[in-house]
Design a protein around this ligand. Structure first.
Ligand code: 531
Length: 361
């Protein structure tokens, strides 16, 4: 019996298996509105057999977009195209989820395939905000404005409004993007946060923005649906955020209703040379977090082989695997993995339109 293809229940949501489509920026929206591209991209992966399909980092305000082409949920016109996608995803047996985000000092950049660098106002960019008025550096040299207490309250409210719209759009799984050097991680990381008020300094202060935003979203997101967060659990450098600190934050969030932690890492600073890249390198860290916090856990990064994903789930390192690039290479990865692992029911994973033809080999 393949653990990877066992059901996973979280609150009132049941995933058909443990394979999740990680949120992946498509940089294909106009004014934050999802496109037919998103229907095909997300729909294909639902048809391919994933249990959970999480929409890319979706900005809670225009200023929170990474690029001008980011997805957004800051107005009601952005709801309907997502509703259509979610209907399709659900019709094919996957649970639709969304990641809500604010890019902080990394906002206002060109799409990766157009250079990935900061865009200045004259070129379609905008003024950015962050905990402190210090640039990320590298190809993102724009200096953000340090957020006032009013800014902090406004962004928190933007997360709440976007969470309400997410529910309206039919999402049944919500992930707050607290990772990758974007706004929440900028508050949490001592490498980035230089504030001397109640939002900077001690871990309690650095985690205040996350906790308050989480609480405000939890208050409007239904109790019976999973509310999760993706955290960069380590900055990988001395003086940066540590796994020990992250465990404290996760425990705090768990006490306030966090249903699952999506373990990610890094990207608070431009230098990534210290990241110990290797197949499944985050899985042991996820295992420690899962064991020490008792919070259900998802993990991603460099997971590509069915046996590898199976071991991660079977050994209790994580409850879910979040696949990204591998699902771009092969939207049918779940089906192929189920076959490779001899999971019962593999042949029922394909839609009727394809099943007879594909099995006849
Ligand atoms: C992180 C990443 C860094 C280096 C290589 C691949 C991926 N992602 C994070 C994404 C944006 C694109 C880069 C988000 O979290 C929104």
């Amino acid at each position: 019996m393949a653990a990877l293809f066992s059901e996973f229940r979280l609150k009132d949501v049941v995933l058909r298996n443990r394979v999740a489509v990680a949120p992946m920026c498509q940089y294909s929206s106009t004014d934050g509105v999802a496109d037919d591209w998103h229907l095909v991209h997300l729909g294909s992966r639902a048809v391919g057999g994933a249990g959970l399909v999480v929409v890319e980092a979706t900005a809670v305000s225009p200023e929170g977009r990474i690029s001008p082409a980011d997805a957004g949920l800051w107005n009601d016109a952005q709801i309907e195209p997502l509703r259509r996608i979610n209907r399709f995803v659900e019709a094919h047996g996957a649970v639709p989820g969304i990641q809500l985000a604010h890019a902080g000092r990394k906002a206002s950049a060109a799409r990766p395939w157009e250079g990935d660098h900061h865009l200045y106002e004259a070129r379609g960019g905008w003024a950015t905000i962050a905990p402190s008025a210090e640039a990320f550096g590298g190809n993102l040299p724009k200096v953000p404005r340090a957020m006032t207490l009013d800014d902090i309250a406004r962004v928190r409210n933007d997360f709440v409004a976007a969470a309400r719209r997410s529910l309206d759009a039919g999402f049944r799984w919500l992930e707050l993007h607290f990772a990758h050097g974007y706004l929440a991680h900028e508050f949490l990381s001592p490498l980035v946060n230089r504030r001397t008020d109640a939002y900077g300094g001690s871990l309690e202060n650095r985690s205040r923005f996350l906790i308050e935003t989480f609480d405000a979203v939890r208050a409007v997101w239904p109790e019976h649906l999973p509310l999760t967060a993706r955290l960069s659990v380590t900055d990988w450098v001395d003086g940066g955020l540590t796994v020990d600190e992250s465990i404290e934050v996760i425990r705090k969030l768990a006490g306030r209703g966090l249903d699952l932690i999506d373990v990610s890492h890094g990207f608070a600073i431009p230098d990534i040379s210290m990241i110990p890249w290797a197949p499944g390198f985050l899985a042991p860290i996820a295992e420690r977090i899962r064991r020490e916090t008792r919070v259900p856990t998802a993990v991603g990064w460099m997971i590509s082989e069915p046996q590898q994903a199976e071991r991660i789930v079977a050994d209790g390192q994580a409850d879910l695997v979040m696949l990204a690039r591998e699902l771009l290479r092969d939207p049918y990865w779940p089906y192929h993995a189920a076959r490779a692992l001899g999971a019962p029911g593999a042949d029922t994973m394909l839609p009727d339109q394809y099943a007879r033809a594909v099995k006849a080999r």
